[in-house]
Structures are given as C-alpha cells and as structure tokens.
Design a binder for this molecule. Structure first.
Ligand SMILES: Cc1cc2nc3c(=O)[nH]c(=O)nc-3n(C[C@H](O)[C@H](O)[C@H](O)COP(=O)(O)OP(=O)(O)OC[C@H]3O[C@@H](n4cnc5c(N)ncnc54)[C@H](O)[C@@H]3O)c2cc1C
Length: 403
C-alpha cells in the first residue's frame, strides 16, 4: 500500500500539484532516503537547524551542492517564495502537499526557508536582509521566548528597546533561541512601550548576529531532540540597532510574531507531521507482514491491525484538516485559530501514531537505525514548542466562547 497515493487522491489535488508531489516523492526515494542511514546516527544534525546547515554538517559540501542544484533545477528552492521574488506562485495548499512529501524522511531537503514576515522588509532592508535569505547566503533566527516569558510573551516580556537618537538600544535576555549561534540575522522582539505591550508596545528588530551588543551563550542548551544543541540563550547588552532596522512598524512586532507562528509553527506543522505519519504507517505495515510470532504474521493479530487502522484514521483526518485550512488561507480567510488546531492535532496524533509504530516494531522500534524515535521526539516536542497545546486550546476556546 502507498499511503501517500491514497491520501492525496482522497483530496483531489490539481494535476499540476500532483505532478510536483510525484517529483518530490522521487527525490525523497532516490536522493534522501539512501542518505538516512548515515544521517540518523551522525552527531552533526540538530532540531531547529536550517536544512542546508544540517546537510553540510553531516554530508559535507558535495552532497549539499548536489541537492541544492536539484532544488534550483526543479524550482523547488523557491517553493515558499512569493512570485514577485522569483517564487513558484503555488497556492498554500500546493505547498503543504509538496512539503508533506519531503517530511517523509529525516534527511532535510534544501530550499529557501524564508520566514514569511521577512517579506515586510522595506527600502534597503530588501537587499541587506531579504534577498540574501532567499538566496541562501544568510540565515535567520526568531527570538521571542525569555527565561520568564514562554507561553505569555506579550504579558511577561522583559527585553526593552529604548530610542537614543537614530538608534534603538536593546537590553534583555532571550532563551531557547533556535540557531542563534549559527544564524546571521536575529529577528528579536522587544518592548518599546511598556503601557501598551502586545497592543502596540512590542517591536521587531532585525539584528546582525555579530553586533557587539549581542552575546550568544555557548554551548547551547542540550535537549533530547538530537545529538547536537541548536537552542541558545542570547544576551542583548546595550545593543545598538539603527532605526531603519525595525521590521514592519514600531509597536507592531507582536502581531508580526503571531504571523510567523501562524504559518511556520502552526499550519506547516501539518505537513511536517503527515510526512512522518505516512512513513511510520508504511514501515508498520511492511514490518507487520514480515515479522512472525507464535506461528503467524503480526499482521494477522487484531491488536496490531487496530493500531495500524488507528494510525491510518489519524493520518486521513489530519490531512483533511490541514488541506482544508490551507485552502481557507488561499481564500483569504483569517486562519489563526484553525492553524492552531492543525498544530495541536498534528503534534498529538503524530506522536501517538509514531508511538504505535515503535510498539509494532518491538525492540527494532527503539533502534536509532530507524527514524521512529527521532520522529517521535520531534512530534512530542511540538506539543510544547511554538505555543504549547494548552495555549492552542485557550485560543480555540476564546474563539468558540467569545460571544
Ligand atoms: C527545542 C526548542 C526550540 C525552541 N525554539 C525557539 C525559538 O527559536 N524562538 C523562540 O522564541 N522560542 C523557542 N522555543 C521556546 C518555546 O516556544 C517555548 O518553550 C514554549 O512557547 C513554551 O514556553 P515555556 O517553556 O516557557 O512554558 P511555560 O509558559 O512555562 O508553560 C509551562 C506549561 O504550562 C502550560 N501553561 C501555561 N500557561 C497555561 C494556562 N494559562 N493554562 C494552562 N496551561 C498553561 C504550558 O502549555 C506548558 O505546558 C523553543 C523551545 C524548544 C524546547
């Protein structure tokens, strides 16, 4: 059974999108999956590290160059880039379906992973920040969380920016910032009007990672998410930033942060989980047919069949919700709550689906030679990172009970 074929046909994607999905599927099969046995046990990859940096750390320049060339030749490098900057012009729905194919493997495919809010760049910000990120010569990190401000950044953020002539001076500490040591540009939020806070008093700044007022604590914070740390504590000590390096408008940085989270950390967690769930299901079906206990295949045992069935239902239901939400975004609807729903169920159902796969595989399920425990850790992390489950539920409840 090919779970991908079944799932995509159920939603009737346009034929040109199916074609690109098939191209992505071939790249995964011919290029990425053969690299997985080297990737999984290698100490060079980390959760939250940009695709190109992970590939370079694990496989070196030659593999990175080959995959980057494929990305450019096929146009997939610009998958998420708007048309005006040389992008594909594909719908959100198409992008989601294509990304789902790539997330079938733990080996990342290189593409222009541009934070959507960077398209707010104006004037010379476009050449200094946006274009290099699209071209892949510069990378970004997003700094919102602080030691005492995680779920409630609007209410609890302490990092302050104060105007001094033609500069802003930032002071404060951010924590858990993915890629802070490896990036070139830190998109940092700071309070510019303590009376207004998230209602017009938080601003987003584009800060050069090598600004003398920026200090990234090394080593990074170790988690269970990979062999290498990619989350860091970042100190801003009298960090002077030119006033033209505000992203968007002064006071509107919290809203920009929400836009970043809605797409990257919520809606796109749908395809992220779907790819992994499809892989877990394919692996489980194949293993259940070949593994024998007490004279029969595991596939003949009802206890195993029900796990596989539950995985398949989770996969289908999540795909329907994700694709529907992407289609609503394409129709111009405000999907903030729905994207939160996608994230919530993608991480919950994704983790339980991979958990079933680990159980079906027995001891092999716990082997680091298979991608299952890594998938599980990534998906379980998603119940906390990018706005924890409880916070998604709070926001959905707010919408339901508002009136
Ligand atoms: C691997 C990793 C990568 C990360 N990358 C980044 C990054 O790049 N940039 C960045 O800014 N941040 C990043 N973070 C931080 C992440 O977004 C926060 O950890 C997350 O938002 C949760 O905040 P917290 O850890 O402070 O939890 P807390 O806010 O302390 O919450 C603790 C628990 O209580 C629950 N809770 C909180 N309030 C309520 C309530 N009102 N009702 C019920 N339950 C509640 C929460 O859901 C959570 O389960 C990263 C974190 C990790 C682990």
């Amino acid at each position: 059974m090919d779970t991908g074929e079944l799932a995509s046909r159920a939603f009737q994607l346009p034929s040109e999108v199916v074609e690109i999905c098939n191209l992505a599927k071939r790249i995964v099969r011919d290029e990425l999956l053969p690299l997985e046995p080297t990737f999984l046990p290698h100490p060079g990859h980390a959760f939250g590290l940009k695709e190109t940096l992970s590939l370079k750390a694990v496989f070196g320049d030659e593999v990175l160059e080959r995959l980057t060339n494929i990305a450019h030749e096929t146009g997939l490098w610009h998958l998420l880039v708007p048309e005006q900057f040389g992008g594909s012009g594909l719908s959100t729905l198409a992008r989601v379906a294509i990304l789902e194919e790539f997330y079938y493997t733990a080996v990342p495919f290189p593409f222009a992973n541009v934070p959507n809010i960077l398209y707010e760049c104006r004037g010379n910000q476009i050449d200094r920040f946006l274009k290099p990120v699209i071209e892949g010569t510069k990378t970004t990190s997003f700094a919102q969380t602080e030691p005492n401000a995680g779920s409630d950044p609007g209410g609890m953020m302490q990092t302050r920016a104060v105007k001094d002539g033609k500069h802003w001076v930032i002071n404060g500490t951010k924590m858990w910032i993915s890629m802070a040591a490896e990036c070139d540009i830190i998109m940092v939020q700071a309070v510019t009007d303590p009376d207004k806070r998230q209602k017009g008093g938080i601003t987003m700044f584009l800060v050069d990672r090598h600004n003398p007022g920026v200090r990234v604590e090394e080593p990074g914070i170790k988690t269970w998410l990979g062999p290498r740390a990619a989350q860091y504590t970042v100190h801003f000590d009298d960090c002077r930033v030119p006033e033209e390096d505000v992203l968007g408008d002064v006071g509107k940085g919290f809203q920009l942060g929400q836009r970043w989270l809605t797409l990257h950390d919520r809606l796109l967690r749908g395809p992220y989980a779907l790819g992994k769930m499809r892989r877990a299901l394919d692996m489980s079906v194949s293993w259940a047919k070949q593994r024998r206990t007490f004279g029969k295949q595991l596939a003949e045992r009802q206890a195993i069949q029900w796990k596989v069935v539950d995985m398949y239902i989770d996969l289908q239901a999540l795909q329907a919700l994700t694709y529907q939400t992407a289609a609503r975004a394409d129709a111009g609807e405000d999907i903030r709550t729905e994207a939160g729903m996608v994230k919530l169920v993608a991480m919950d159902w994704g983790a339980r689906c991979v958990d079933h796969a680990i159980q079906i595989h027995g001891a092999m399920g716990e082997s680091l030679e298979l991608p299952l425990t890594l998938f599980y850790r990534y998906l379980r992390h998603g119940q906390i990172g990018g706005g924890a489950n409880e916070i998604q539920r709070m926001q959905i409840a707010r919408k339901l009970l508002r009136d």
